[in-house]
Design a protein around this ligand. Structure first.
Ligand SMILES: Cc1cc2nc3c(=O)[nH]c(=O)nc-3n(C[C@H](O)[C@H](O)[C@H](O)COP(=O)(O)O)c2cc1C
Length: 169
């Protein structure tokens, strides 16, 4: 790593910043589904409604998703750790990350994964280099929430966990 910052320490310290866990999905020009586990989804702007995330420059899936011009953020529940790791690993020979995963198309045709807590359907507004990652800014077209699906998954200190829901006031 450049400068005085040690990459191991960077990972360790930033690993103490809890994040939600999402699978960002899309379709390429051929209509094939692609998806990546992403912890860097961030709310950016209310007016206009914008969200962002940071795929790595070496991502295999991002260039495929980008072809479709849209993406869907699927927010995972704490019970969906299998989906978290499935979309974070290379599939074994000939397999597809979506094998056995139930999806339905969003209004814009992006894969919505069954059982997820929330879905944020976006069109790609801009893609900006950000070091060894890209900053993808999306304009929100549709938002859906299934609060009965469970509580959100959290990634903290290299492990997935759940959240303790706040008590109703
Ligand atoms: C909880 C979690 C969060 C992640 N967040 C990101 C992220 O924000 N950006 C990223 O580039 N990779 C992230 N990853 C790693 C990618 O999911 C992983 O590198 C994946 O294999 C990339 O697939 P692709 O090459 O098909 O895009 C995360 C992985 C996990 C388990």
């Amino acid at each position: 790593m450049s400068g005085e910052i040690d990459s191991k320490q960077f990972r360790t310290v930033l690993g103490h910043l809890p994040t939600g866990v999402c699978v960002v999905t899309g379709v390429n020009r051929a209509g094939e589904r692609w998806g990546i586990t992403i912890g860097s989804v961030v709310s950016v702007s209310l007016d206009p409604p914008l969200v962002g995330f940071f795929p790595g420059v070496t991502s295999r899936s991002w260039p495929e998703i980008e072809q479709g011009g849209s993406f869907c953020v699927n927010v995972l529940t704490s019970a969906q750790d299998e989906l978290c790791w499935r979309f974070a690993k290379e599939p074994t020979d000939g397999a597809d990350r979506f094998d056995g995963v139930v999806t339905k198309p969003s209004t814009s045709g992006m894969p919505v994964i069954a059982g997820t807590l929330a879905q944020i359907d976006c069109t790609i507004e801009s893609v900006t280099p950000a070091g060894d990652h890209l900053f993808v800014l999306g304009r929100v077209r549709e938002l859906t929430l299934d609060s009965a699906a469970g509580e959100a998954m959290v990634f903290y200190k290299s492990a997935v966990t759940g959240v303790v829901p706040p008590q109703p006031r």
